[in-house]
Design a protein around this ligand. Structure first.
Ligand code: AMP
Length: 223
């Protein structure tokens, strides 16, 4: 993946999108589909952090407890992981920014490169539906594809449709941790919406409904 290019006049066709929403709203699924549609990198800070936890390196060891307990990891660690992607000038961020401070940092880095965000896609859904949805959520251990036993089951029980990898339930998808993640979301992440609304960047869409229909509606806005 080429993440090197700097801002240029040929830059206007690139997409710089942030997808925000509570855990379980389907933002990861939508971000992946949009990234494929526009051929831009899909950057999930949760996935990047889980890779470090998987290799048990010093970042992984620092963040594992915070992630497993439904808390955010420090801004500096997350920004360090994605700076190259910001500088690449084209991205769909999924799970970043998560705090107003991260949003300000993103703006500052983009501003220093003469770039701006195109759009913030805000996927909404009620807390009660999230808790019900996440209890059936499964994630492919190999490619990260997301399924739900009830609403979006894989074709073969326990196996990924795309790569055949094993499906597992994430440690932080247990009910008490989901509640903590929702609290964290309302307290720290939701204020970002107002921050971006003031900049006129927010496109709000309900996360309820067919996955493909939601993608089509977002794409109509982004196109
Ligand atoms: P996600 O896969 O986006 O639900 O993220 C899983 C976990 O990773 C979160 O509950 C946080 O602990 C951590 N995380 C992901 N992105 C961020 C971020 N931008 N800032 C802080 N922590 C994050």
């Amino acid at each position: 993946m080429d993440i090197s290019g700097a801002a240029s006049s040929a830059d206007s066709h690139k997409k710089r999108i942030v997808v925000i929403g509570p855990p379980g709203a389907g933002k990861g699924t939508q971000a992946k589909l949009l990234a494929a549609r526009y051929s831009v990198p899909h950057v999930s800070t949760g996935d990047l952090l889980r890779e470090h936890v998987g290799t048990n390196d010093h970042i992984g060891r620092d963040v594992q407890f915070l992630m497993d307990s439904g808390n955010l990891v420090p801004d500096e660690i997350v920004v360090g992981l994605i700076k190259d992607y910001i500088e690449g000038g084209s991205f769909i961020f999924d799970g970043f920014p998560r705090t107003v401070k991260q949003a300000e940092t993103l703006d500052a880095i983009l501003g220093s490169l003469g770039m701006k965000l195109d759009k913030v896609v805000y996927v909404t859904i009620q807390d009660e539906i999230i808790v019900a949805r996440m209890s059936g959520r499964q994630t492919c251990a190999d490619c990260g594809a997301i399924y739900n036993r009830e609403h979006n089951p894989s074709l073969k029980e326990g196996l990924c449709n795309i790569c055949g990898g094993l499906l597992r339930v994430r440690d932080d998808d247990s009910a008490p941790v989901v509640k903590r993640r929702l609290n964290t979301y309302h307290a720290l992440t939701e204020p970002i919406i107002d921050y971006y609304r003031r900049k006129g960047l927010v496109y709000e869409i309900s996360g309820l409904g067919q996955i493909d229909e939601i993608t089509a509606r977002i794409a109509a806005e982004l196109d």
